[in-house]
Design a protein. Structure first.
Length: 424
């Protein structure tokens, strides 16, 4: 697969496309209300609309989806399986919007005297307000946001001001350098992104109902060991479902899990942590050991008595502090009664590490699986030195709560299959 394939790109995950279904937030509120209360009459009281308006919203939504979302009967309206799934996502979307408003109010300085109810914010916020927030957060200026949205800068400003009024908290600060979100604005933004992720998942649900697994999945890839399963998993899932677009981004565990919690990435693949951040759950896939690597003609390979102590004579590339790979390196040297290397360069990039090791006298730790492949290809050599305590758990980190979309589920299954094949 070529790197210029638009369906598979390595790019920043700072901005995700906003699904068209954001324009149907009002109808989706009606959907979840009817699903919960069983009739348009009772739902109308909850969403503060007329019964005919609720009925029209449901019919328009069914026309858009192309499927009946409710079964009508003498006792009321019961959601179809697809209707129930969309209603669940809609309810979660509204809960996230309310949670964002509540968190924004908690961080507001000074606290507003008469703050609107977060539930009222979730029930009334307009799509234009949310799109303005997302666009300004991604581009930092109202003029750039307006250009992206295809509207005027005053219209963006009015939407931001209306959003601020609806939330009851100060969300942004304007300066000569652009528009910066306050802490309250950042809190609301994170929950809005998660709410939009539910809308994105709805569209994937509808496509899956029609027999098409499609959508966009953004994967955060941690250095060392991801390459053992991720490339094959992506290739396999796209062979089965070519309409799935995949974006892979690199980064540290901290930066990628931060993006994960804000729905900028959908899952993180790599070495797991003993204590993941809040709202993140982990699934182990396999265990991987680390090996010392060197260029094929490295002087250390000429010695008859190889040991970790003898390797301290050479400079090293070491993983960043507070990472499983760095902890494994330190355990290996400690188990041998040695201090870790003190002549080193720190790096997170596997590409940089392999490049500097293949062209210099630097040594490094690498995944044993990848090191063996590089050795067979004649690129690098595994230094045959005894080590202990270098095992790490490699797996998946995902957002906790909610239900993965069909496209994400397909990729997760592919990752599990490829991990299982490692031991066969």
């Amino acid at each position: 697969m070529s790197s210029d394939d638009p369906r598979l790109s390595h790019a920043s995950a700072a901005e995700r496309e906003v699904p068209d279904s954001i324009e149907r937030i009002k109808a989706l509120r009606c959907l979840s209300a009817v699903a919960e209360h069983g009739s348009t009459t009772r739902a109308a009281e909850v969403v503060h609309l007329s019964q005919p308006a609720v009925t029209r919203s449901i019919r328009d939504l069914e026309h858009h989806v192309g499927e009946a979302l409710f079964e009508r009967g003498a006792r009321g309206m019961a959601p179809t399986p697809l209707g129930a799934r969309l209603a669940t996502r809609s309810a979660r979307m509204q809960a996230l919007l309310a949670q964002g408003a509540a968190e924004a109010l908690q961080l507001s300085t000074p606290p507003p005297r008469r703050a609107p109810l977060p539930q009222r914010f979730a029930a009334s916020v307009a799509p234009a307000f949310l799109k303005a927030l997302l666009a300004v957060a991604a581009r930092s200026t109202e003029s750039a946001a307006a250009e992206a949205l295809g509207i005027t800068q005053p219209a963006v400003h009015r939407s931001l001001q209306a959003l601020q009024d609806a939330c009851g908290a100060s969300l942004y600060i304007k300066s000569a350098r652009g528009t910066r979100l306050t802490d309250s604005g950042e809190a609301l933004l994170r929950r809005v992104k998660l709410a939009v992720a539910e809308l994105r998942a709805m569209e994937a649900d509808i496509a899956a109902w029609r027999g098409q697994v499609r959508g966009r999945v953004v994967i955060g890839a941690l250095p060392m060991s991801v390459h053992l399963v991720l490339p094959r998993a992506v290739a396999a899932v796209r062979e089965r479902h070519p309409e799935i677009r995949v974006t892979v981004v690199d980064g540290t565990y901290e930066s990628l899990t931060r993006q994960l919690r804000s729905a900028d990435v959908d899952l993180v693949v790599g070495a797991l942590r003993a204590e993941p951040p809040s709202e993140v759950e982990q699934e182990p896939l396999f265990q991987d050991e680390l090996a010392v690597i060197a260029r094929p003609d490295h002087p250390c390979l000429q010695g008859a008595d190889l040991s970790l102590q003898s390797l301290l004579h050479w400079p090293w590339v070491v993983p960043l502090p507070n990472t499983p790979a760095r902890a494994a390196l330190e355990r290996a040297f400690t188990a041998a009664g040695l201090a870790p290397p003190d002549d080193f360069v720190q790096a997170t990039s596997s590409g940089f590490t392999r490049a500097i090791v293949s062209g210099t006298d630097y040594l490094a730790f690498a995944s044993m699986g990848q090191a063996r492949r590089d050795e067979r290809a004649g690129i690098l050599r595994v230094v045959p030195v005894p080590m202990s305590s270098t095992t790490r758990k490699i797996g998946i980190a995902m957002r906790s709560g909610g239900e993965p979309s069909p496209d994400l589920l397909a990729l997760l299954e592919s990752l599990r299959l490829q991990a299982g094949a490692l031991g066969s």
